[in-house]
Write a protein that binds this ligand. Structure first.
Ligand code: UDP
Ligand code: MG
Length: 334
């Protein structure tokens, strides 16, 4: 069976790259159709994540011009992970491939992803081979981060971001995860199913600026740790126990010195230093616990992760699809 493929692309202020991205993707789809790799109704699904520039107008224009281009407009900016999830939960197709709008991910591995799907894989991870196009800072922090996650016992695919193929079955499974604090690349290994990896070289951004400034990056990184690992909490318990044991030893030493020697006790240091030290450790621990409490708070509220504003494109004009979307909105499952 030839699978229908959907390419899901979150866009935030991407007017500078959209035309080029669209033409390259359309050429690629056409080529794969010609090779009999994918079905004729395979399409591109842009998710406009509340852009402030002309991104949505451009998507509407492109979807009017090409039947293979569709768009979903979110009611406001919800961030890359939520926009991507919205695309995955709304685009039809036997499998969906998530790509960034800026052409940094090598599109040439998409046929390999589809071949892996046809061999029976449900998840195909795009993995960066080298990071030669990244700055030293980005490479160092990113690779260090994947190692930190591994140390925190988070299951993660090294150097894999959000370039991947998901089969319909994997998307159904993903839709059962209700969490608000999204870190999609951490969820993927949780799905199980058969998976494989395709390697690619990451290019420079085609045009425009990164929509992931340091603040957003740090917030995603923290999300990754706290959404998948309670290891920091356990670490605190371990540090706490060690310090308590050490202070017991210190107390014993002070007692023995007092009882059996003539030496004056170094009273000030032994009182004041532990006071500050323990105060610090306690504050740090409270802070980390607070982070998890905050997580519980946002998760229990279970607010919707996005709202769809407008839909564009042929795939959404088919009645069944639109009804399904409306139904999902009414059910609050969107
Ligand atoms: N993006 C988004 N919402 C945001 C920020 C980014 O949908 O709030 C999209 C952006 O348009 C792009 C993708 O997420 O398609 C990755 O962003 P970017 O390329 O700027 O990140 P970088 O490659 O610099 O990490
Ligand atoms: Mg990018």
């Amino acid at each position: 069976m030839t699978p229908t493929i959907g390419l899901v692309i979150p866009c935030y202020n991407e007017e500078a790259v959209l035309r080029e991205t669209t033409s390259r993707l359309l050429v690629l789809l056409e080529r794969m159709r010609g090779e009999g790799l994918i079905a004729a109704d395979s399409a591109i699904f842009y998710v406009d994540d509340g852009s402030r520039d002309s991104t949505w107008a451009l998507i509407e224009e492109l979807s009017a011009a090409h039947s293979a281009v569709c768009g979903i407009k979110l009611s406001r900016n919800r961030g890359h992970q939520n926009a991507l999830l919205c695309g995955l939960l709304n685009a039809p197709g036997d499998a969906l491939i998530s790509v960034d709008a800026d052409l940094q991910d090598d599109l040439e591995v998409i046929p390999q992803m589809v071949q892996a799907l046809r061999r029976g894989d449900d998840i195909v991870y795009g993995v960066r081979k080298k990071r030669t196009t990244d700055t030293f800072f980005k490479r160092f922090t990113a690779e260090g981060y994947y190692k930190l996650l591994a140390a925190m016992r988070v299951q993660i695919i090294f150097n894999h971001a959000d370039y991947r193929l998901l089969s319909r079955r994997a998307i159904e499974a993903l839709s059962e995860y209700r969490e608000v604090n999204l870190f999609l690349r951490g969820l993927m290994p949780q799905l199980g199913y058969r998976s494989s990896i395709v390697e690619y070289d990451r290019a420079e951004r085609f045009a425009g600026e990164s929509k992931y400034p340091l603040g957003k990056m740090l917030s995603l990184a923290w999300q990754g740790v706290t959404s998948f690992s309670t290891y920091p909490l356990r670490l605190i318990t371990a540090i706490g126990s060690l310090i308590s044991l050490a202070s017991l030893g210190l107390a014993a030493w002070a007692m023995l010195t007092r009882l059996f020697t003539e030496e004056a006790l170094p009273g000030w240091a032994s009182t004041v230093i532990p006071m500050y030290f323990l105060g610090g450790v306690q504050l740090l621990s409270l802070g980390v616990i607070g982070e998890y409490v905050a997580k519980i708070y946002t998760e229990t509220k279970a607010r919707p992760r996005f709202h769809v504003d407008v839909l564009a494109g042929a795939a959404f004009r088919q009645r069944g699809r639109l009804d399904a979307t409306r139904q999902a909105i009414a059910d609050g499952t969107l």
